[in-house]
Design a protein around this ligand. Sequence first.
Ligand SMILES: [Zn+2]
Length: 129
Amino acid sequence: MPEYSEKSRRELNACHEDLQKLFYFVIQHFDCSVIEDHRNKERQNLAYRAGNTKLEYPHSKHNQTPSLAVDVIPYPVDWTDLKRMYYFAGFVMATAVAMNIPLRWGGDWDRDTEVIDNRFNDLCHFELM
Ligand SMILES: [Zn+2]
């Protein structure tokens, strides 16, 4: 059974307990890696300037303590494998529904289940509603 690395565990443990509950279940079925949890002001604004987020500090759910957002990618990490990221997100979203955890994914911000209308793709981003 896949397990998180120490770094992934540390990042996940800084997240809201619902995100922890969800992603500790997910990894039992789909190997993945936690990329980012809480972002302080410096890291958020760095991400903003790099174009990785549309939000400046403190408006991202990554800026809350505990973090209400987490970035998770299938393992082994391959940023070019978009199909696998969509597959993973579908698995995560369905699991969240089953666990009664209201979740939004960065590939479908308006939560209409369509991805073609998504203007800003952040395919590894999951946040609590
Ligand atoms: Zn994110």
